[in-house]
Design a protein around this ligand. Sequence first.
Ligand code: ADP
Length: 259
Amino acid sequence: AKRVVIKIGTSSLIYPNGNINLAGIDELAFALTDLRNRGKEVILVSSGAVGVGMNKLNMGRRPASIPEQQAVAAVGQAELMSIYGQRFGTYSQQTAQVLLTRDVIEFPESRKNVVNTLNQLLKMGIIPIINENDTVAVDELDHTTKFGDNDQLSAIVLQLIDADLLIMLSDINGFYSDNPTTNKNAKLYSRVTEINDDLYSRAGGKGSQYGTGGMYSKLKAAQRVLENHSAMVLANGKSPKVIFDIVNGEEIGTFFKEE
Ligand code: ADP
């Protein structure tokens, strides 16, 4: 894989106690910088704006209303980018903030502008860090929809720049036959070649207070990736160094690829 999109979920960035997982973010910066220097083109799609905002504003619980969450996300996004800037900075890796909405693909003009920006950043050796623009769109915040947490956005980005691989890092080892947090007998799928209704029926909701999309949303993203004839790996982001093993082709988590 030459072009790799990495999506990291809130559950990998924020500890259950609300603290920011700086060690994890540092490891992510280390891994992505190394890949970049070995000739890969790397794009990061990062959640976590609301969680980091809650941390900065000393909020114990996620606010209920969408406007409150948008406000917290606006605080958190700036803070998150500052943390990324610092951590990538220790490895002399430049980063850029790119805030998108999912509907960019529906407007040829905005689609073209996004593609041009991303390609130019990659050409300059900069790692784009993408998030949904929570001020403009609330798909990520509105958990009544099943399409949360940048999962869709990361698949759309893969499509836009025709990346080969999407590495989706979550708080679970992969996609199981049933939600493993509630069913101990659930089995890990190591390879999925197509997404069908049976698989959707096995995908449950989010795992933690800080998680958002849940497995349904990840399968939906995988479906888009497969439609693009690209591949996706869903793996545990507990230790982002797992990215090295995935890129080296080791069997980790769930590998989604057409037959
Ligand atoms: P993230 O914040 O990393 O995007 P989510 O909480 O949105 O994480 O999604 C991961 C969670 O999905 C898991 O922790 C698990 O509780 C839940 N889940 C539901 N069904 C499944 C399944 N079939 N296989 C794996 N995880 C599942």
